[in-house]
Design a protein around this ligand. Structure first.
Ligand code: UDP
Length: 412
């Protein structure tokens, strides 16, 4: 039998897989239904894409359902999403009615599978209203919040809270992202797939091809930040740090981000970046198409140091990605970056361009620290941020939830 999980044995070792299989046996035949609002695009769909088949391989009867909506529904849910992250949005009663109606239409279609499921995991706010409709439910329902709702716009949270309170449990990526709710809350950070195109090993030839495609000099150190052009990722601050370092070291900088965007703010930030970069030939501002996984992979591998100098951050997957490639990461002292960058061990946490420049200079003069931190970073990711840990935590919390063990916050 070909095994999806078997492919990870060389990376995580047989004991990790054995443990997953044991957990899987305990949950054998459990009917699990994931529900979200898109089959592709975005981190949630990416996670469900690998998680559902792996759960099935482990013996669970796992399926993934996607609710269907119209443009008006997605406008409303985008406003809910923004409101939960703190934006001052007004959602009129008509908007909430659209939200409920679309959920009701989807419920008609999904009713049998939702009623019979042992566990339903609802991802994010879009399908959250399904619980209220499923009066004949037999299983446990878990709400998985993928975003930071610690400082929501109150009127939006007031309505959503009443929708998610009746759930049996909820999952947040970090304690800092959560809201008090009257049921057990689990903390499950995201993860990366080490065998994906973004993270798999690349041959020296593949890496060299990207180096020459972008005209990077192999004889000089390279700083890399991969990020959407967003003010919270502080690309202009990265350029400021680079300029301070440049006075003492012939360093090069790559700032790679998404391509043309409809987001007017993204365009404005990109203009600021271009202006800050001026005509310095050693600053490479790259606009990559969204499927440039191999290019991102190679750039992270070409880096001497990976930067993620965010001034606000959710989790910061680019940090995990850089660490997996054995790079020390200099990251902003915010959000999920703090979970990943163990200051002085896997990289440095910084608050200013000056701080970033100071740490970059230190590393450039201490190759042994680059090697040591890079190696520690890789092992830290292996232990904490690979998909095998992620799935173990899901299986564990399902066991806990099915057994009705109550706790306020369970760190699985
Ligand atoms: N990414 C990419 N191309 C880009 C910019 C980002 O593929 O031009 C990827 C990056 O490798 C990471 C994800 O998009 O996998 C960004 O996730 P992160 O949590 O770092 O930041 P977010 O954009 O979600 O705030």
């Amino acid at each position: 039998m070909s095994s999806l999980l078997g492919a990870y044995e060389g990376i995580v070792g047989p004991a990790v897989l054995r443990q997953l299989r044991q957990l899987g046996e305990k949950l054998s035949g459990t009917r699990v239904v994931h529900v979200n609002s898109t089959r592709e695009g975005g981190g949630v769909a990416e996670i469900l894409e690998w998680m559902t088949p792996i759960m099935r391989e482990l013996g669970l009867d796992a399926t993934w359902e996607v609710i269907e909506g119209n443009p008006r529904f997605f406008e409303v849910t985008k406003a809910i999403h923004n409101g939960l992250q703190g934006a001052n949005v007004a959602i009129p009663a008509k908007g909430w009615k659209t939200y409920e109606d679309v959920n009701a239409r989807n419920f008609k279609r999904l009713r049998p599978i939702l009623e019979e499921a042992d566990i339903v995991i609802i991802h994010d706010p879009q399908p959250a209203h399904l619980l209220r409709l499923c009066t004949g439910r037999e299983g446990k329902w878990i709400w998985r919040a993928h975003i930071d709702i610690s400082r929501p716009h109150r009127p939006v949270w007031k309505v959503l809270r009443s929708i998610v309170e009746p759930y049996d449990a909820s999952i947040f990526s970090m304690a800092q992202f959560a809201q008090p709710l009257p049921h057990p809350q689990f903390l499950v950070p995201p993860s990366i797939d080490p065998l994906s195109e973004k993270n798999r090993d690349l041959s020296p030839m593949e890496i060299e091809a990207i180096r020459s495609e972008y005209g990077l000099d192999p004889s000089r150190p390279l700083l890399v930040q991969i990020s959407r052009f967003d003010r919270f990722k502080d690309p202009v601050g990265v350029i400021a740090a680079y300029r301070m370092v440049r006075k003492v070291s012939p360093v090069q900088l790559v700032l790679a981000g998404g391509g043309a965007t409809d987001d007017p703010e993204g365009k404005a930030i990109l203009e600021d970046v271009m202006e800050a970069a001026g005509n310095d030939p050693d600053i490479h501002v790259l606009l990559l198409p969204s499927d440039s996984h191999k290019t991102v992979n190679a750039l992270q591998r070409l880096a001497t140091i990976v930067l993620q100098k965010s001034v606000r951050e959710g989790f910061g997957l680019t940090v995990t990605e850089g660490m997996w490639k054995k790079k020390p990461v200099i990251g902003g002292d915010v959000g999920g970056i703090r979970l990943q960058v163990v200051n002085h061990h896997t990289g440095f946490l910084v608050n200013t361009p000056e701080g970033a420049a100071h740490r970059i200079r230190y590393l450039l003069y201490h190759q042994e620290s680059i090697d040591r931190m890079g190696a520690t970073a890789r092992e830290f990711v292996r232990e904490n941020f690979l998909l095998t840990r992620h799935i173990r935590e899901y299986l564990t919390l399902m066991l806990v939830t099915l057994r009705d063990i109550k706790a306020n916050i369970v760190n699985v």
